[in-house]
Structures are given as structure tokens and as C-alpha cells.
Design a binder for this molecule. Sequence first.
Ligand code: 5AD
Ligand code: SF4
Length: 366
Amino acid sequence: MTRIYLETYGCQMNEADSELMSGVLVRAGFELVGDPAAADILLLNTCAVREHAEQRVLGRITDLARHKQARPGVLLGVTGCMAQHLRGRLLEHSRWLDLVIGPDSYRDLPELLARAARGPVARAEPDPAETYGDLEPLRAPGVRAWVPVQRGCDKFCAYCIVPFTRGRERSLPLEHGLREIRRAVAGGCREVVLLGQTVNSWHDGGRDFADLLRAARAVEGLLRLRFVSPHPAHMTPRLVETMAEGGPVCPQLHLPLQSAADPVLAAMGRGHTLADYDDVVRRLRAAVPDLALSTDVIVGFPGETAADFACTEEYLRATRFDSAFLFKYSSRPGTRAAALPETVTEEEKNHRLARLIALQHDVAAS
Ligand code: 5AD
Ligand code: SF4
């Protein structure tokens, strides 16, 4: 039996993809192992959202290559967003790699692995129809299950690689999503996290994300229901109302802000102003009084002035997020922002990041 070791980087969507791959592989007769030294095939499921994530994976490839040196015949492969982003160039970049597989090709993993034994394989064609809605993942045991209900993204924010690595937005049909939730609950889990890059733009025919939440919360045995990540532009009044109705729907939301300066939001192409975002926060907090609210912020986007940054500081101080994921802007080749001149020095980015970390720390402590 061929033994596979699979290591996952990046977001929850990648965790869910690894569970999907595990399901495909085990059904095809492969055995999953937790120790690379005991495996015939080593796979890294990767993230490309910031350069730092890619650097880590490149380091890890070199690390794992020693298993190939020690045991000829061992295969080393990269899947996920980095595979899609760099495609065949990854094979050239690293002479250790045998396999490069993008996020829309996991259905064919067994066949691609068999081919890789005969020579390097790269498969990274986007498939705009692939939702994997019919494939059963092999979930890590536990009370929480990730259930992807949407793949890809159509927003094309100027800094973001995701629309290029994960392709166009597509929603799983309602019935497929519900079947996965029921299956997870039947398997012992009590909490479901619905996943999508802009999960609240999910739709199926005339049904929107509020309809999906309403159907999902009725699944018997489900105690907690969450979703990540919503986009501010799709926080409809009905969705807020559905959250306010509670039940298994948790009073918790991770709502990416990115910047609180309108010129930066416009340059990022976020599709909303600060006032729009703040309106969502006010509606949410009025309807769900005990809401735990978290966010993402990027500092040092091209063109972000000291005054723009001050707006973000002021907004974080005033809004008092329960937590915030704070990132330095990282230019991603192929995105619109990559063509803009970088106006914020690395030193200034570090300075702005440190200020926000300290500010958020103060907010959390007081
Ligand atoms: N540079 C820095 N941060 C980024 N993010 C996405 N792309 C970039 C980038 N190029 C951040 C955003 C997003 C989170 C998942 O990662 O804040 O919400
Ligand atoms: Fe990237 Fe914007 Fe899509 Fe989020 S909404 S995945 S930041 S393009």
C-alpha cells in the first residue's frame, strides 16, 4: 500500500481541501501516515497569500528532500494555491519536486500520483465548474467540522492572489452543503464552520446565504454554526436578522476591514467605503448585543499615507474589535497592486504594524 504524508499550510479552506484530498486518497487505497520518514509520497498543501508563506514552503521542500535522498523512489509534491500560482515554474525552481497540483485537480489525485512515478507532473488548469460537492472528505476527528460551501473568489481586490489561485466563485448547491453538515454531525461533530472566500455571497438559484444558514441551523444535533469569511458588501439585513435569531448560529463574526481610509479602500477595490463597513458593524452590534467581532487589516498598501494609517488606528481604537489579524502588505505577482509603485518602506510598514499590534493589545486589555 502506498503511504502518503500530507502537510497543510494557510487558511481553513486549505485544511478543508486536505480533508477532501485525504478522502480521495483513502478511497483509492492509499494509506495516510503522520511521519514523513514513513511515507512513499510527501505532499505539501500550500498557501500563496503572502510572500512569507511561500518562503516557508520553499524552505520545507528543501527540508523534506532529504527523504528523497535517503530513499530513492520517494515522491515530493506541492498542491494548493502556490502550485496554482507558480505552476510548472515550481518544477524548474526545485529539482526535488515531482508533482505540482492546483486546487481544481484534487479529484484526479490518484491518477496524477501514479503518473508522477514515471516523471514530473504539473496539473494546474482552473476548472470553473469544480465544487467537489459530491466527494466525501476524511475529517480530522473532533467537535468542529469545516464545510466549504463556496470555492474561488470574484472580488479581485487589488492585493489578493486568491482569485488567481482559486479561480472564479462558485457555490455548492444547498442540498450538497446540507448533506455535508448532516454527515459531519452524524460523525460526532457538534460545531460546523461554513467556509468560502466571500462566504456570504453564496447563492443557489433564488436562495441566498441567509437561506443557507436557516436551513443549516435546523440540522438536528448541531449545537454551533459559524461562517468565515464574510464580505461586508453582502451583510444583508436578512443575514443580520438571521444571526440575531441565535439558536446554533454563534454571536461571532470575522469581518475583514483591510483599511479604514476611503482612498486606500478604493485603491484596494474593496467595493465599499468605511461608512458602509461601519454601518454593517452598527447593525450587527444593535441586533446581536454579545457579538464577538474580529477583523483583518493590511498596513502599507501602495499609496497608504500617514493620514490614511491614522484613520485605521482611530477606527480600531473606536470600534474595539475583540481581535484583529494584522498584516504587512506583501506584493503578489500578477495582482493589480503588484503594478503599483510601493510607497511605504519596509521600515515604515514594520512601524505601522507595531503600532497596530500595541493598539489592539491595549484595546483587549482595557
Ligand atoms: N498582503 C498582505 N496581506 C494580505 N492578505 C491578503 N492578501 C494580502 C497581501 N498581498 C490578507 C487580507 C486577508 C487575509 C486573509 O490576508 O487581510 O483578509
Ligand atoms: Fe482576496 Fe478580496 Fe476575494 Fe477576500 S474578497 S479572497 S481579499 S479578492
